[in-house]
Design a protein around this ligand. Structure first.
Ligand code: C5P
Length: 234
C-alpha cells in the first residue's frame, strides 16, 4: 500500500461536542474534547487526503491544513455535516452529538423563582445526523454522499453483552459501513491522550481491536479505511 493512500480523496470528519442552549448563558454539553477527531484529521492529512473538518466545541484547535467549518448545536451540526459530506469519499462522524435539546430557549437568563419551585427542563430529541446521512444516501441512486461512512459509539460499560454484540447491533441500526466502539467515562478517554477501540465493519471483515495514543488509534483507523477505499476503486 502507498504511503499516501488518500491522495486525491476527500475525507469529512466531525469532531467535538455539541452544546444545546437553555438561555443566553447556559447550555447542556458533554465532555468531548475533540482530541480524537483532531488526531484523525491529522492522520488523514498525512495520508494525502483533502480534509473537511466540521468542529463542534473542542478543547484543542483544529489542525492546520483542513477546510474548517464550525457548528454549536446538534441542529447546526446536522446542516454543516450534510454540506461538508457532499462529494466526499469518506465521512467519519466522530462528534459527540447531544441526543436531546431543551424544548424551549429562554431569551433572558432563567431566574430562581420566588416560591422556591424547582425548575423543570423539558427535552426533545435531536435528529440522528449519522443515521440521516446514511438514509439520504441510500434513498438516492445518484447520491453524492460518501460511500463509506464511519460512526463512533461511546460506551460507559453499562451495556449488557459483549462490545462485539452490542457494536454489531448498533452498526446495523445506524446502517453505516464501519463503527468505532470505545469505552468512555469521566476519567477515561475524554480529554485523555489515549484510547481503546474496537473497529467493526459491516462487510464481515474481522473486527480490529487496538489501544494506544489517540494518534495511533487514528492511524489504525485510517489504515482500516484505506483498505476499503482501495477495494472500492477496483
Ligand atoms: O447512538 P449513539 O449516540 O451511540 O451513536 C453515536 C454515533 O452517532 C456517533 O458517530 C455520533 O457522531 C452519531 N450521532 C449523530 N447524531 C446524534 C447522535 C449520535 O450523528 N444525534
Amino acid at each position: 500500500p502507498s504511503a499516501r493512500p488518500f491522495e486525491g480523496k476527500i475525507v469529512t470528519i466531525s469532531a467535538g461536542g455539541t452544546r444545546e442552549p437553555l438561555d443566553p448563558v447556559r447550555f447542556l454539553g458533554n465532555r468531548s474534547s475533540g482530541r480524537q477527531g483532531v488526531a484523525i484529521a491529522q492522520a488523514a492529512l498525512d495520508a494525502g487526503a483533502d480534509v473537511r473538518f466540521v468542529a463542534a466545541h473542542m478543547d484543542v484547535p483544529a489542525p492546520e491544513g483542513v477546510i474548517l467549518t464550525t457548528a454549536s448545536t446538534a441542529l447546526e451540526l446536522h446542516e454543516a455535516v450534510f454540506e461538508a459530506a457532499r462529494g466526499a469519499d469518506v465521512l467519519i462522524m466522530n462528534a459527540a452529538v447531544a441526543d436531546f435539546r431543551p424544548s424551549e430557549y429562554a431569551d433572558s437568563k432563567i431566574k430562581k423563582q420566588d416560591d422556591h419551585a424547582d425548575p423543570i427542563i423539558h427535552l426533545v430529541r435531536n435528529p440522528d445526523i449519522l443515521a440521516d446521512v446514511v438514509a439520504e444516501r441510500d434513498a438516492n441512486d445518484f447520491s453524492t454522499l460518501p460511500p463509506l461512512i464511519v460512526g463512533f459509539a461511546a460506551e460507559t460499560g453499562d451495556t449488557s453483552g459483549s462490545v462485539l454484540e452490542y457494536g454489531a447491533a448498533k452498526l446495523a441500526r445506524k446502517g453505516c459501513e464501519m463503527l468505532v466502539v470505545n469505552q468512555v467515562g469521566q476519567s477515561l478517554v475524554f480529554g485523555q491522550d489515549t484510547n481503546s477501540v474496537t473497529i467493526l465493519s459491516a462487510d464481515g471483515t474481522a473486527p480490529v481491536e487496538f489501544s494506544g495514543t489517540k494518534s495511533e488509534v487514528a492511524e489504525v483507523l485510517l489504515e482500516t479505511i484505506a483498505a476499503r477505499v482501495d477495494s472500492q476503486d477496483k
